[in-house]
Design a protein around this ligand. Structure first.
Ligand code: 5AD
Ligand code: SF4
Length: 441
C-alpha cells in the first residue's frame, strides 16, 4: 500500500516551490502526497534557518511530533530545507527525527525514508552544484490553482555577512532556459494565470548552451512572450544587479507585473558595508529613481532589518529616512538575529541590546504602516487590473485579488471567478488592503 506523505512548509517561497518538487519526487516512488497531518505515514518539515525564531518553531514542532509518534507507532518524521543542512546531526539526535536531507539531496528522499526502517544512514546533506531538479514536474496540491512558482536559480554567491543562505543552499546555479520555458508553458496549459520566477538573486541568472547565452532580462522577455496571457512576477532582486535592461523590459511588456521587490536591508552606508551588500545608499536611491521614472505606478517593496552589529541610533535613523524617501508600498521588517557560521557571527559583535532591537523594529513597523496607508489612500479613485484569487477570508460575499503592484484588493463578488482578469475601481483603503468595485466587465 502507498505510504501517505504530508509536507509542512516554513520560510520562503523557494521552500514552497521545493515542497512541490519533493512531493513529485515522493510520488514517483509510490508515496502519496496528502494535505492532512492525521492521515500521514510520513511527515516532512521543510525548514528555514534565516533567523533563530524560524529554527525555534521547528524544535517546538518536533516536541509535538514526538507525542504524535508515541500514539502512531509507524509514523516517520523527516527534516529537509535550510535547517536540515545547518544542524543535521543535532536534528537526528531528536527523538522524533528519522531522516534529514539538505536542499540539494531531495532526489534521495524516498531511499532515506525506506532506509530509516533498517538503521542505515538517514542523512544526506551533500551539496551538488549541478542540482536544479531539472526534469521534475512539481506536484500541484490544488488542481484549481492559478498562481505558481518557477525556480530559476538555486543557492547564492553573495555572502551578505549576516546571512545563512550561502551556507545552507550552497553556490548559485541557474536552470536551463529550456526547462524554465517548458515549465511555464506546462503551467499555462494547466490554466495558470500568473507565475513568479524565483531565486535568491534572480538578476544574476545566467545560462549558456550551444545556441545562446541568456541573462535575466533576456529570460524574462522569453517567458513573457511564451505566456502572453499570463502575469509574470519575479523575486528576489539584489539591488547591485538590477539593470536598466530589466527595468526597460518591465516597462515594455504588459504582462510583466509593475512590481519590484528590492530589499535594501539598511539605509546607512556604514551598515551596508558591514553587511557586505556591495552597494551604497546613493546607488540604491538612484536605482529607485530610475524605476520610478521608467515604470509609472511601479509597486515597490523591500526587506529591512534593524539592530545589526554596530548600528547606532543615527544610522538607524538613516534607514527611516530612506523609507521616507522611497515610500515602499509594503516591506518585510525584522530585527537582526546572529546566525552561527556567518561572517558577521565571526567578525562582528552583536552589540545592539535586544530591548533596543525591539524598540527599533516597532519604529520601522509604525513608519511603514503610515507610509502604506498613505500610498493606499492615494489609490482611491484609480482603476486597476486585478487577477481574482478567491473569496475573501471574512465573507463569501466578497472576492479578493491582486493588482500588478501586488496590492490585495477586496470587492463585492459579482459574476466573476478565480482566474479572471477584471478592472476594479478603488473606493477605500487601509494600510494592508484596498477595497473596490468591479467596472466594465
Ligand atoms: N537576521 C535578521 N534578518 C535576516 N534576514 C536575513 N538574514 C537575517 C538575519 N540574520 C532578512 C533579510 C532578508 C530576509 C529574507 O530576511 O532582510 O532579505
Ligand atoms: Fe529560510 Fe533563506 Fe533558507 Fe528560504 S533560503 S528557507 S528564507 S534560510
Amino acid at each position: 500500500m502507498n505510504q501517505k506523505v504530508y509536507i509542512e512548509t516554513y520560510g520562503c517561497q523557494m521552500n514552497v516551490a521545493d515542497s512541490e518538487t519533493v512531493a513529485a519526487i515522493m510520488q514517483s516512488k509510490d508515496f502519496f502526497p496528502v494535505v492532512s497531518i492525521s492521515e500521514a505515514d510520513v511527515i516532512i518539515l521543510n525548514t528555514c534557518s534565516v533567523r533563530d525564531n524560524a529554527e525555534q518553531k521547528i524544535w517546538n514542532r518536533l516536541d509535538f511530533l514526538k507525542g504524535l509518534k508515541r500514539r502512531k507507532k509507524n509514523l516517520k518524521v523527516g527534516i529537509i530545507g535550510c535547517m536540515a543542512q545547518r544542524v543535521a546531526d543535532k536534528l537526528l539526535e531528536h527523538e522524533a527525527v528519522d531522516f534529514v536531507a539538505g536542499p540539494d539531496a531531495y532526489r534521495s528522499l524516498p531511499e532515506l525514508v525506506s532506509e530509516s526502517d533498517i538503521d542505515l544512514t538517514h542523512i544526506n546533506t551533500d551539496f551538488n552544484t549541478n542540482e536544479t531538479y531539472s526534469g521534475i514536474v512539481q506536484y500541484k496540491y490544488d488542481e484549481n490553482a492559478i498562481s505558481g512558482f518557477v525556480p530559476i536559480t538555486r543557492g547564492c554567491n553573495n555572502f551578505c555577512s549576516y546571512c545563512i543562505v550561502p551556507y545552507t543552499r550552497g553556490r548559485e546555479r541557474s536552470s536551463s532556459y529550456v526547462d524554465i520555458i517548458n515549465e511555464v508553458t506546462d503551467l499555462r496549459d494547466k490554466n495558470y494565470k500568473e507565475i513568479t520566477l524565483l531565486g535568491q538573486n534572480v538578476n544574476s541568472y545566467f545560462f549558456e548552451d550551444v545556441k545562446q547565452s541568456v541573462d535575466f532580462p533576456k529570460l524574462i522577455k522569453m517567458v513573457a512572450e511564451a505566456a502572453p496571457d499570463m502575469r509574470i512576477r519575479f523575486t528576489t532582486s539584489h539591488p547591485k544587479d538590477i539593470s536598466n535592461e530589466l527595468i526597460d523590459a518591465i516597462a515594455s511588456y504588459e504582462n510583466i507585473c509593475n512590481h519590484i521587490h528590492l530589499p535594501v536591508q539598511s539605509g546607512s552606508n556604514k551598515v551596508l558595508n558591514l553587511m557586505n551588500r556591495k552597494y551604497t545608499r546613493e546607488w540604491y536611491l538612484e536605482r529607485i529613481e530610475k524605476i520610478k521614472s521608467t515604470i509609472p505606478n511601479c509597486g515597490l517593496s523591500s526587506d529591512i532589518f534593524c539592530g545589526f552589529s554596530g548600528e547606532t541610533e543615527i544610522e538607524f535613523q538613516e534607514t527611516l529616512d530612506l523609507m521616507n524617501i522611497v515610500k515602499y508600498d509594503s516591506a518585510f521588517l525584522f530585527k537582526y538575529s546572529v546566525r552561527p557560521g556567518t561572517a558577521a557571527s565571526k567578525n562582528l559583535t552583536d552589540d545592539v541590546p535586544e530591548s533596543e532591537k525591539v524598540a527599533r523594529l516597532n519604529r520601522l513597523i509604525n513608519l511603514q504602516n503610515q507610509i502604506s496607508l498613505k500610498k493606499n489612500k492615494a489609490d482611491i479613485g484609480k482603476n486597476y487590473q486585478v487577477l481574482v484569487e478567491g473569496f475573501s477570508k471574512r465573507s463569501k460575499e466578497y472576492l479578493f485579488g491582486r493588482t500588478q503592484q501586488n496590492k490585495v484588493v477586496v470587492f463585492p463578488a459579482e459574476n466573476v471567478k478565480r482566474g479572471n482578469f477584471i478592472n476594479v475601481k478603488i473606493t477605500d483603503a487601509s494600510s494592508a488592503t484596498l477595497k473596490g468595485i468591479i467596472i466594465n466587465n
